[in-house]
Design a protein around this ligand. Structure first.
Ligand SMILES: Cc1cc2nc3c(=O)[nH]c(=O)nc-3n(C[C@H](O)[C@H](O)[C@H](O)COP(=O)(O)OP(=O)(O)OC[C@H]3O[C@@H](n4cnc5c(N)ncnc54)[C@H](O)[C@@H]3O)c2cc1C
Length: 581
């Protein structure tokens, strides 16, 4: 059951305590409680204080980012992107980021997982091995508008029996045919790919999203904690519960290091601290910032830095908080000769109210998808770039770059007038690495997060290249008469032929986080002198403590990160079950 306060819990005895009822945490909670002999408590910092409409509608709704999602931790970027403030968003609500994300369903490349296996020395993370977890997660459903999807995806690479719904676009955009016509006209790197989730994502595909056939968001809260699961007698979830630290237990010391079975938490940041002890294990699923933060508060991290701060170091793991990796995105918008764009949803309440009514009544209409884009494209950089800087991708079939077409201004609120077409351009194989740390003994003080975007020569060169790809793409004659002119003065003089300085200026002034941060509690091989968790997701040098969420990625996948996080959740749960069965 879900409880609002810890005081209402029927028991204080649990085998497993999971910190964070987010994307991965809820997977672990679900899978562990399949065994009726295991009891599980989930401590979630957020609530469910979003009304049904807002949790189900697109992130880019007329309401912008709903305030009650309570984005946590604004960052303090240092020197990145011309000092522009870059909020690192994440869900702070049951379901975590899966409750607020843009619902893109992308697995990444086969090479991404094979690299996970290679760096951890664990074949269980390879593409071949994770197919099982992808299938356990995914339930592919017909799109909300029930259109004929033949040729729009490859059924042979999908599962129709998993827990989390995925589907093709449920509302046709009038740019759909133009997007593919331009691909056909241009050829070369612009190739149709029937399914970007086959392990080979290069080319342009129909976008899949974590949305049900009724046009509703499928988050880890709506799927893995669906009524038939949350009613299990051995599963309790308590909301509004912020975990501050894990504490070493006095008992159960073993040769593998101190055991951290006790979890300290509060209901009220200024109120008393409580503790609960897991009889078997504690699982941190607080996300890329939450989990690393709790480890540092607990004295697990760089001992020198923690001592300097006044925190007693208990386990020296200097990699905690390092290796932060994220995808930078820049948006390019053009004015178009059309009134059939999605811009009015974001600026005209009469229109958005109409769509909302349609959505509530029929589960159809423009609000079934998370944004105005129905396609997704992945590219490699030109070989001259990899010759010069080395190849940071996971392999020859892995992209460095992504382009997201949109029938409307993206992201957020468009100018008061005009209709737009947008291309989001993304670097998905970055070489820059950021970090997060703490500078306070107060466990609730925000951490310091430095994404270090575009801090390597490869990254800025690759962003220039994807900008040029975007300008080449809209130069196809298909777009003549539709695309009129760039929307902003900053883009007025930019073309594919622009020099590096002009492109750099635009990129550095406009790029921001696409919200795919990973890697602060990275996996590494057993015995490696870097990394935070072993390939079985146990914190190195510690007993009874694992981390299961996006923080354990050793590299960011060359795709949006929720599906890989679900894979981490499914395999993490299986590893825990195997230990205790
Ligand atoms: C705005 C946005 C858009 C995105 N769009 C996409 C997309 O379209 N497609 C895609 O694939 N990926 C997308 N992502 C990324 C993807 O959603 C995340 O990578 C993934 O959901 C992360 O899962 P997680 O389990 O690591 O963390 P989360 O799902 O964020 O879960 C962490 C949970 O822990 C809780 N928590 C944190 N600290 C504590 C604490 N101290 N005590 C108790 N609980 C705590 C949080 O409240 C949260 O519920 C997006 C992310 C965001 C934020």
């Amino acid at each position: 059951k879900v409880y609002d306060t810890f005081r209402d819990l029927p028991s204080n005895n649990y085998d497993f305590v999971i910190v964070g009822g987010g994307t991965a945490g809820n997977v672990v909670a679900n899978r562990l409680t399949e065994n009726p002999n295991f009891s599980v408590l989930v401590l979630e910092a957020g609530g469910t204080n979003v009304n049904a409409f807002e949790i189900e509608v697109p992130y880019f709704s007329s309401r912008g980012v709903p305030a009650q999602y309570n984005w946590n931790y604004s960052t303090i970027p240092q020197n990145a992107l011309n000092d522009r403030s870059i909020p690192m968003q994440r869900g702070f609500v049951l379901g975590g980021s899966s409750s607020v994300n843009r619902m893109f369903y992308t697995r990444g490349s086969a090479d991404d997982y094979d690299r996970f296996a290679a760096v951890t020395g664990d074949e269980g993370w390879s593409w071949k091995s994770v197919q099982k977890y992808i299938a356990m997660n995914e339930r592919f459903e017909p799109p909300a508008d029930r259109h004929n999807t033949s040729g729009q995806f490859d059924p042979s690479v999908h599962s129709f029996t998993g827990i989390n719904a995925a589907s093709l676009p449920g509302f046709a955009q009038n740019t759909d045919s133009l997007v593919f016509d331009a691909v056909e006209e241009l050829g070369g790197i612009f190739q149709f790919n029937e399914d970007c989730n086959s392990g080979k994502p290069l080319g342009i595909s129909w976008l899949q999203r974590t949305v049900t056939t009724e046009g509703r968001r499928s988050s880890s809260a709506t799927s893995y904690l669906a009524p038939e699961f949350i009613e299990r007698k051995n599963l309790d979830v308590v909301l509004n519960t912020r975990v501050s630290r894990v504490l070493p237990s006095r008992s159960n010391q073993s040769s593998s290091g101190p055991a951290f079975r006790t979890v300290e938490f509060v209901h009220d940041l200024d109120g008393p601290r409580f503790t609960v002890e897991a009889s078997k294990e504690v699982i941190l699923s607080g996300g890329v910032f939450g989990s690393a933060h709790i480890l540092l508060n607990s004295g697990i991290g760089n001992s020198t830095i923690l001592s300097r701060l006044g925190i007693t170091p208990l386990v020296n793991l200097p990699s905690v908080g390092q290796n932060l990796t994220d995808h930078p995105i820049a948006e390019i918008d053009w004015l178009v000769n059309s009134t059939q764009t999605m811009d009015d949803i974001n600026r005209n309440t009469t229109v958005s109210d109409e769509y909302e009514a349609e959505f509530n009544e029929t589960g159809m209409g423009p609000l079934v998808d998370s944004n105005a884009g129905n396609q997704i494209a992945f590219f490699r950089v030109n070989e001259s770039l990899t010759d010069r800087y080395g190849d940071p991708s996971a392999g020859r079939d892995s992209p460095h770059l992504e382009m997201i077409p949109s029938n409307g201004w993206a992201p957020g609120t468009p100018p008061a007038t005009g209709n737009y077409f947008s291309l989001g351009v993304v670097l998905v194989s970055p070489t820059s690495r950021g970090s997060m740390t703490i500078n306070s003994t107060n466990p609730f003080a925000p951490p310091l997060i430095d994404p270090e975007f575009l801090s390597s020569p490869f990254d800025i060169a690759a962003m220039r290249e994807v900008m040029r790809i975007a300008f080449n793409y809209v130069s196809a004659s298909t777009w003549k008469g539709f695309i009129l002119s760039p929307s902003q003065p900053a883009l007025a003089n930019i073309t594919a032929a622009s020099d590096d300085n002009a492109l750099d200026e635009y990129i550095r002034n406009s790029a921001f986080s696409i919200s795919h941060p990973v890697g602060t509690v990275a996996m590494s091989a057993k015995g490696a002198d870097y990394g935070v968790v072993d390939p079985d997701l146990r914190v190195k040098g510690v007993e009874a403590l694992r981390v299961v969420d996006a923080s354990v990625f050793p590299f960011v996948t060359s795709a949006h990160t929720q599906v890989p996080t679900y894979v981490i959740g499914e395999r993490g749960a299986e590893l825990i079950k195997a230990t205790w069965s």
